[in-house]
Ligand binder design. Sequence first.
Ligand code: UDP
Length: 405
Amino acid sequence: MSNYDSIVIGAGFAGAVVARELAERGDEQVLVMDTRDHIGGNCYDYRDEYGITIHQYGPHIFHTNIERVYKYLSRFTEWYDYSHEVVAAVGDSEIPVPFNLNTLELVFGDEAPVLEKVLIEKFGEGARVPILELRQADDPRLKKIADYIYENIFLKYTMKQWGQTPEEIDPAVSGRVPIVLSRDNRYFQDTYQGMPRDGYTALFEKMLDHSGITVRLNRNAKDVLQFGISDETAHYSEGQSSGNNDSDERKSFIRYRGEPFNGKVIFTGAIDELFDLRFGRLPYRSLRFDFEHYDEKKYQSHGVVNYTVSEDFTRITEFKYLSGDWDADGTTVVREYPFAYTGAEGEIPYYSISNSANNALYEKYHALAERVGLTLLGRLAEYKYYNIDAIVDRALTVAGELIDR
Ligand code: UDP
């Protein structure tokens, strides 16, 4: 029998927070495993050879309005005071994104005061208006603004990122970057924002540094865990999901290294791959990251520049802005090239593609995981577009429920 009370698969935010909670508040022995050779999931960062902290899996910027999340993470890190600002490169100019009243002035010049008045009369000062909602407006002046924003900020970027138009994707996705009726150029308006002062990896090291937590890297859960549904007579019937509806008589089982495991198993990875794609592959968008180092103090005007009307990449991130490594020699940037995830060796699923067909497929995996007794958590396991703060919040809630159970 194993000595562990719980097994957590995946050492990103979902897994690390749950592990810490189970170990600390639940007084459990927790095994955390990850297939990668590092902790931190996609938030993993490190100092490159030039002394600049870079994010191997693309820029991760922390922001939240959830006080308990900010307080919780503050136990494991101090913060570098960074307010993220983004501009879109449109022709020869750079305009603030989200599109706000400053952007309106830059784009519409003398006409801006009248347009601002119309916008505020319709939606109210400080409003946050999704582009798809603005496009519904009847007033020709609002239509004109909406057309500009749609054409110059959303259409091409979304086509690159998702391979679909803004109308075709989940409205919640384009709604993440609304039109903001204020002069605040920050990308996020949250109360708390900043970057872990010594990086995300250091934050994870502290979070996982607990006597009740054992971390095993380079370990695929499928090599040490077996789970499935069996009936009393069959020895091992993982894979039998069809047939008569006799689920009441069949029992779920989990084995760790061949032995029955009666503790909790929290899975944060790709659920379709865990179940050998038995219902088919869940679609994801992936990214290729092209890192580049330049012999210049500074490469661009802001931490992130979005290429919303040109180029094959979506955006360029210059890491110095995010980490404050301004004394380093030269500067390191990354360009992001989206593509459809195929599951090929080395590809990484980053974004679930929420639509009714995909969500229905996910539900099949979810139902199976429930029968087996797995707890699913995180972007991959829940097939959900979580921000850092949202998954930390969710992980705290789930851990609480597991401890109370
Ligand atoms: N988006 C866009 N143009 C932009 C910024 C965002 O069209 O300049 C759309 C695009 O569809 C994107 C979505 O808004 O996928 C959400 O953007 P966000 O910056 O939140 O994406 P993330 O940083 O999570 O990749």
